[in-house]
Write a protein that binds this ligand. Structure first.
Ligand SMILES: Cc1ncc(COP(=O)(O)O)c(C=O)c1O
Length: 423
C-alpha cells in the first residue's frame, strides 16, 4: 500500500525546495489537499470551513458543479491559444456590461500585473510620471506597488518607502504616499505636484472602508487636476456588488483593475477603462509614441475565461449578493456578541462581504490606526479558530456563497472557544 504523505512530510519537502518553505502566500504550515463547497481539507485529512477561499476568487465555494461542468467541457477543446478566442471576448462583453467605467479591457494573468499596466496607462495618457498611492494600500508586486504597503517605520508623507529589496530609488522618487481617508492630504499633494498621472486606490483598503464622501472627493480632486483615478477592484470587483465598488458606492473611476472572481479560480485579471483611454494599447490609434506594448502568454486563457463567465452568470442570479451579505452579517454578529459578552474591546472593520475584527476600541481609518492593541490577541484568536476547524487569513474573513447553516453553527462554536482563549 502506498504510504500516505502527511502535512509534516510535505512541510519538510517544501522546506528543501521552496524559500521560506512556501509559495509566499499563506501560512506554509497549512498544506491544502482539496476543497469542496464551503470546506477545505489539509494533507492530514483535517477539514476546515474555508473563509480564505483562495484569497477571494472562490466566492461560490470550491468545485461549484456548474463551473466544473463548464471548465470540463472546455478542456478537450483547448487549454490555451495565445490567440483571440470567443470565451475571452464574451467575458470582456460581460465585464463591460457590469462595470461602469469599462468600455474596453485588456487581459493579464494576475492582479498585480493589471495594476502595473494601469499605472503605466495613466502615465501614457496624461504624459505625467508621478503616482499617488495610499499607505497600506496593496496593488501587487510591481516596483511602484511595493511602496509603503507595510512600512515598519512611520516616515513623513508623502515619502515612499520600498517594502522590498531590489527596487531602485528612482521608483520611490516617482511615488507620493498619502494616508487613506484623508482628503485634505490628497488635496494638498495635488495642489503642490502638477506631475501626478494617477491616484491608485482600493475602494475598500484591505478591509478599511472609505469614509462617506471620501471616494467621491477623490473623484472630484482627480477631475479638477486632470489626474486619472484608478480603482483597484481586484478584491472588490464582483464582490461588493456585481458591478463592484463602483456600483456599490456610486463613484466611477477612470481605470479599473479586476482579478480573482473574473477568473473563477484560474489565473486571469484585467484592466479596463473608456475606449479613449484604452486606445493607448492600439498603436494604429495613438502612434508609436503613445503606445503601450502589452501581451502575455496566458492572457485571455479560455479555461479561465469560461470559469469566470460561469461564475459571473451565477452571481447575476437574483438574491446572490443579499445572501452573501446575510452570511457576512451573521458572521459579524456572532463575533460581536461573543466579544461583547466577554467585555473585549474590538471593531468589526470592513464590508459584510469581506471584513475582520481589530482588537481595539479606536476607529480603524487608515494604515496607522488599523492596529490591534495587542497583536498577540489576534494570533491566539486565529489559532484557536483554526484549531476548531476555521480557516481564515489573519487579517481577513471572506464569506462564500457555499456556506451552510451547519457551517455557521460550527463557526459560532469556534468563535466561543477563541473568545474564551483571549478573555
Ligand atoms: C487589492 C489587490 N490588488 C492587487 C492584488 C494582486 O493580485 P494578484 O495576487 O492576482 O497579483 C491583490 C491580491 O490580493 C489585491 O488584494
Amino acid at each position: 500500500m502506498q504510504k500516505l504523505t502527511s502535512q509534516a512530510d510535505w512541510m519538510a519537502r517544501a522546506a528543501k525546495v521552496l524559500p521560506a518553505a512556501g509559495f509566499g502566500n499563506f501560512d506554509p504550515g497549512f498544506i491544502a489537499a482539496s476543497g469542496q463547497g464551503s470546506r477545505i481539507t489539509d494533507e492530514n485529512g483535517a477539514e476546515y470551513i474555508d473563509y480564505l477561499i483562495g484569497s477571494g476568487p472562490m466566492i461560490l465555494g470550491h468545485g461549484h458543479p456548474e463551473v466544473l461542468e463548464a471548465v470540463l467541457a472546455q478542456l478537450p477543446k483547448g487549454m490555451t491559444f495565445f490567440a483571440n478566442n470567443a470565451l475571452g471576448i464574451e467575458l470582456a462583453e460581460d465585464i463591460a456590461a457590469a462595470v461602469p467605467c469599462v468600455e474596453q479591457l485588456r487581459y493579464v494573468s494576475s492582479g498585480g500585473e493589471a495594476d502595473m499596466y494601469a499605472m503605466r496607462l495613466a502615465r501614457a495618457y496624461t504624459g505625467r510620471d508621478k503616482i499617488l498611492k495610499f499607505e497600506g494600500g496593496y496593488h501587487g508586486m510591481s516596483a511602484e506597488a511595493q511602496m509603503s504597503l507595510a512600512p515598519a517605520a512611520q516616515v513623513n508623507f508623502p515619502t515612499a518607502q520600498p517594502d522590498s529589496a531590489g527596487i531602485p530609488q528612482g521608483v520611490a522618487d516617482q511615488m507620493l504616499i498619502a494616508p487613506y481617508n484623508d482628503l485634505s492630504a490628497v488635496e494638498g499633494l495635488l495642489a503642490e505636484h502638477s506631475d501626478v498621472a494617477a491616484i491608485i486606490v482600493e475602494p475598500l483598503q484591505r478591509i478599511i472602508p472609505a469614509m462617506p464622501g471620501y471616494l467621491q472627493g477623490l473623484r472630484d480632486l482627480c477631475t479638477k487636476h486632470g489626474v486619472l483615478l484608478i480603482f483597484d477592484e481586484i478584491v472588490t470587483g464582483f464582490r461588493l456588488a456585481y458591478g463592484g465598488a463602483q456600483e456599490r458606492y456610486g463613484v466611477v473611476p477612470d481605470i479599473v483593475t479586476l482579478g480573482k472572481i473574473i477568473g473563477g479560480g484560474f489565473p486571469l485579471a484585467a484592466l479596463g477603462a473608456s475606449a479613449e483611454i484604452m486606445a493607448h494599447f492600439d498603436k494604429a490609434h495613438v502612434g508609436a509614441e503613445g503606445w503601450l506594448m502589452q501581451l502575455g502568454t496566458l492572457s485571455g486563457n479560455p479555461v479561465a475565461a469560461v470559469a469566470g463567465l460561469k461564475t459571473m452568470e451565477i452571481l447575476r442570479r437574483p438574491g446572490q449578493y443579499d445572501r452573501l451579505r446575510g452570511f457576512g452579517r451573521r458572521l459579524q454578529a456572532m463575533q460581536v456578541s461573543a466579544l461583547n459578552k466577554a467585555g473585549i474591546a474590538h471593531q468589526v472593520v470592513g464590508d459584510e462581504t469581506l471584513f475582520d475584527i481589530y482588537f481595539t476600541d479606536r476607529p480603524c481609518l487608515d494604515y496607522r490606526s488599523a492596529r490591534h492593541d495587542d497583536p498577540a490577541m489576534n494570533v491566539t484568536y486565529n489559532q484557536v479558530l483554526r484549531d476548531h476547524g476555521i480557516l481564515k487569513s489573519p487579517g481577513k474573513l471572506y464569506p462564500s456563497l457555499a456556506l451552510t447553516e451547519a457551517d455557521l453553527a460550527q463557526t459560532e462554536a469556534a468563535v466561543a472557544q477563541a473568545v474564551a482563549a483571549i478573555s
